[in-house]
Design a protein around this ligand. Structure first.
Ligand code: C6P
Length: 419
């Protein structure tokens, strides 16, 4: 290891008090293959603190019933807790109204809701939808399905060699046929933070609504949907220290009201006859069937937990981890970082000369270091950088500088094995 890179004691790290935070996460005490777990796969799914686990247990053991359906005490408690969770999420992203917050099963479900609810109603033959090269498949495939159904066209914003969107090219794509923009806030494959506020303003100047895939942003920085002025914003609970199977779609009320429901069934109706059904008000119009009540309540507890630490402190600590890891890895001969945008979140995709990414992942796992290897559900990004796959270390606020050292030591070991 280069001796100049000793783990810095950043102010942010102390603001985050990482050792105290780590004590909240039982899973971080695990050993894998006889080594302390170094969990660097947070972009895939983050871990859950005891506070969220306890909240789920309390719900399961003392509060569970179906919501919005009965007058008995438990049903009232469950309904109140479920709606309280919605308010917590509203405040977390600074939505204007709680009815703008829809519980879904995750980012994928949220984007599909917009495709079915907005896209199928308002996108017509000949219309154009702008996406970017960086998008996760969740923000590509639904739009391709729509384009095929309607005879619409998808236009794609290119990226430079650093993995930054070419904003001039984005602006050139707009014309009178442009009817929708879908763009991710932070790239899961490269870590690029996209200039979405600027992109949203440009789209709005052309009367075009914008959906933001915020799956990799909300866990790592303060997101204010009113300040961004986005029309839709999607994210998942399980990347946010919450449960799997729960997520959020934020949508501006005026748009949600004009949209058609995505799924039909109980709870999303006002009245049903065989002649005609009238739909419930938002957000319930989009929440057919029994929701993931525990998931919503658990996610509410997760955002309480994160808010207590503070999203600015989280962002600062993760940035310090990114800088420290980047400084070390960029000096390692035979190691290439893919994605070197100036504005990045704490994700490092990398390749090691002569070693398949899956071998990297397997050998790192032997050292207890969990990274993801593969195309990260972003195959167009892999094609753009001419790689079949990458290895990806993705950090969270509970990671330490010492864990970065373990990653770097693991990479050296991989190089030794394949020398
Ligand atoms: N990315 C990763 O390892 P779901 O599965 O619906 O919770 O999230 C899908 C999704 C959508 N957009 C972005 C930017 C994402 O990163 C993800 C999930 C994981 O990168 C699993 S592929």
């Amino acid at each position: 290891m280069n001796d100049t890179h000793t783990a810095p004691q950043t102010q942010a790290a102390s603001a985050c008090d990482v050792e105290r935070i780590r004590a909240d996460f039982p899973i971080l005490k695990l050993e894998i293959n006889g080594k302390p777990l170094v969990y660097l796969d947070n972009a895939a799914s983050s871990q859950m603190p005891q506070q969220v686990i306890d909240r789920l247990v309390r719900y399961r053991t003392t509060q569970h019933a179906n919501v919005n359906r009965a007058v008995h005490t438990l049903s009232e408690i469950a309904t109140n807790e479920f709606e309280e969770a919605r308010r917590k999420l509203q405040h977390f992203i600074n939505a204007r109204e709680e009815r703008e917050v829809i519980f879904t099963s995750g980012t994928t479900d949220s984007i599909n809701l917009v495709m079915h609810g907005y896209g199928r109603k308002f996108i017509k033959a000949g219309d154009e939808i702008i996406l970017t090269t960086l998008e996760h498949h969740a923000n590509i495939v639904p739009w391709q399905m729509l384009a095929e159904e309607k005879g619409a066209t998808i236009r794609v914003v290119p990226v430079n060699d650093a993995g930054e969107l070419l904003i001039d090219e984005y602006e050139k794509l707009f014309n009178e046929r442009t009817k929708f923009v879908g763009v991710m806030h932070v790239s899961n494959a490269l870590g690029t933070i996209n200039p979405i506020k600027q992109m949203i303003a440009f789209a709005h100047a052309h009367g075009v609504p914008v959906l933001i895939d915020g799956a990799q942003a909300v866990p790592h920085m303060k997101v204010d949907v009113q300040d961004l002025d986005c029309d839709f914003y999607a994210f998942s609970g399980h990347k946010l220290c919450g449960p799997t199977g729960i997520g959020i779609l934020y949508g501006k009320a005026a748009l949600l009201e004009r949209m058609q429901p995505f799924k039909g069934g109980g709870d999303m109706i006002l009245s049903v006859t065989f002649e005609k059904t009238t739909y419930n008000t938002i957000p319930h119009k989009f929440e057919a069937g029994t929701p993931h009540i525990a998931g919503a309540i658990g996610l509410g507890a997760a955002v309480d937990y994160l808010s207590e630490i503070g999203m600015d402190a989280i962002a600062a600590h993760e940035h310090a981890l990114l800088d420290y890891a980047t400084a070390q890895m960029s000096q390692m001969r035979g190691v290439r970082i893919i994605g070197t945008a100036k504005n990045k979140a704490a994700v490092i995709s990398f390749a090691i000369d002569g070693v398949h990414p899956h071998d990297i992942g397997t050998l790192l796992n032997q050292d207890g270091v969990a990274v993801r290897t593969g195309h990260h559900c972003a195959q167009p990004v892999m094609q753009r950088f001419c790689v079949p796959a990458t290895s990806r270390a993705s950090f969270a606020f509970y990671n330490t500088m010492a864990e970065v050292d373990s990653l770097v030591a693991g990479i050296r070991n991989v190089q030794k094995v394949f020398a």
